[in-house]
Design a protein around this ligand. Structure first.
Ligand SMILES: C[S@@+](CC[C@H](N)C(=O)[O-])C[C@H]1O[C@@H](n2cnc3c(N)ncnc32)[C@H](O)[C@@H]1O
Length: 286
C-alpha cells in the first residue's frame, strides 16, 4: 500500500470514527472495571499503573477520573494537553512526520474521542493526568508499588515480553492485580492493519484478511513481536500467578474458510477468529 493511501486509511478509521472509538473505549473500560471489582476494592484510592497508555491516554485518564492514583507510561512522548516542549521532544525522538500526524490528530480528532469516552463512562474528564516516558521492560518504580497494573493493546508491540512480564510482577503489590489485554499475532488484527480495525463494520476489498500471515503484502510501520496466545501463556505462567485467561470476542469467524485454513496449516480456526485475550494475574512471590 502506498504511504498516501496508508495515511488516508488512518485518517478515515482513526479520525472520522473518533467519537465512535471513544464510545467503544468507554465500554471496554467499564467492562474491565466490572471484572476488576471481583478482585479489588475499587472504591479505595488504588495506586494504578497503565502500561503503554497511548497517545490519547484513555485508561489512565479514566482511572484518574475514578479517583485512583494513576500513572501512565509509554515509550512515546504522549500526553493529554498541548505542549510545545512535548512536541519538540516528539519531533526530535520520532521525526517531524510523526509530529505532524500527532498534531492533526490532537487538533481535529481527540476532542470528539474524549467527549464520547467520558460520556460513556459517566464521569468528568480530569484536568491533569500523570504520564511518564518509560518502557515496560525497564520500569523505574520501586518493588510492590501498584494495586493494579493495567495494559491494553501494548504487549504485542513489546520486543522483550519476558522482561516486561517480570517487571509487572516486580512492581505489583503482593495483593495487587494485573489486567493485561492483547491481540495475539494470528488474530485478524494481529498485523495491525488499520483497514481491519473494525471488521464488523467494514471489511476492505484490497487488503486480504490475515494478509500478515499470508505473504504480508501490506505491512504497517508498527513493530509486532508475533507472539501467539500459547507464547504469552508460557511467559505469564512462568513469571506471574495467572488467575484467569479471558477470551476476547470472536471476530471474522465467517472469513475462516476451508481455503484460508488450508493456506495456514500452522494455525487453528480458533486462533484466527479470536480477536484478543486478557490475562488477569496476581504477584508470584519467590
Ligand atoms: C496500540 S497503542 C495502545 C494505547 C492504549 N493502551 C490504548 O488502548 O489506547 C500501543 C502503545 O504502546 C506503546 N508501547 C510500545 N512498546 C512499549 C513499551 N515497551 N513500553 C511502554 N509502552 C510501549 C506505544 O508507544 C503505543 O503508545
Amino acid at each position: 500500500m502506498s504511504k498516501l493511501s496508508h495515511c488516508w486509511r488512518e485518517f478515515v478509521t482513526m479520525g472520522l470514527g473518533a467519537g465512535r472509538n471513544g464510545q467503544r473505549e468507554g465500554k471496554l473500560l467499564l467492562h474491565a472495571r466490572r471484572r476488576l471489582s471481583e478482585y479489588l476494592d475499587l472504591d479505595s484510592r488504588l495506586r494504578v499503573l497503565d502500561i503503554g497508555c497511548g497517545q490519547r491516554c484513555p485508561a489512565v485518564s479514566a482511572f484518574t477520573a475514578w479517583g485512583w492514583d494513576a500513572t501512565g507510561i509509554d515509550i512515546s512522548h504522549v500526553g493529554v494537553k498541548p505542549g510545545v516542549s512535548r512536541y519538540v521532544r516528539l519531533a526530535r525522538a520520532e521525526g517531524w512526520k510523526r509530529l505532524a500526524r500527532s498534531l492533526i490528530r490532537e487538533l481535529f480528532f481527540d476532542r470528539p474521542f474524549r467527549r464520547e469516552l467520558f460520556r460513556a463512562l459517566g464521569v468528568k474528564m480530569p484536568k491533569q493526568v500523570d504520564v511518564r516516558l518509560m518502557s515496560a521492560t525497564n520500569m523505574e518504580f520501586a518493588d510492590n508499588t501498584f494495586d493494579l497494573v493495567y495494559s491494553m493493546a501494548v504487549f504485542e508491540h513489546i520486543d522483550d515480553v519476558p522482561a516486561a512480564v517480570r517487571a509487572v510482577n516486580r512492581v505489583l503489590k503482593p495483593e495487587g492485580i494485573g489486567f493485561i489485554g492483547l491481540s495475539p499475532w494470528p488474530s485478524l488484527i494481529g498485523g495491525h492493519h488499520p483497514a481491519w480495525q473494525n471488521p464488523d463494520e467494514y471489511q476492505p476489498k484490497d487488503v486480504p484478511p490475515w494478509d500478515h500471515l499470508r505473504g504480508h503484502h501490506f505491512p504497517v510501520p508498527f513493530y509486532c513481536n508475533k507472539y501467539r496466545e500459547r507464547d504469552y501463556r508460557r511467559v505469564f505462567e512462568q513469571y506471574t500467578r495467572v488467575l484467569e485467561w479471558i477470551d476476547g470476542p470472536r471476530v471474522g469467524e465467517s472469513l475462516v474458510t476451508d481455503e484460508i485454513l488450508a493456506g495456514l496449516p500452522d494455525y487453528t480456526a480458533d486462533e484466527l477468529a479470536k480477536w484478543s485475550v486478557t490475562a488477569i494475574i496476581g504477584k508470584k512471590l519467590e
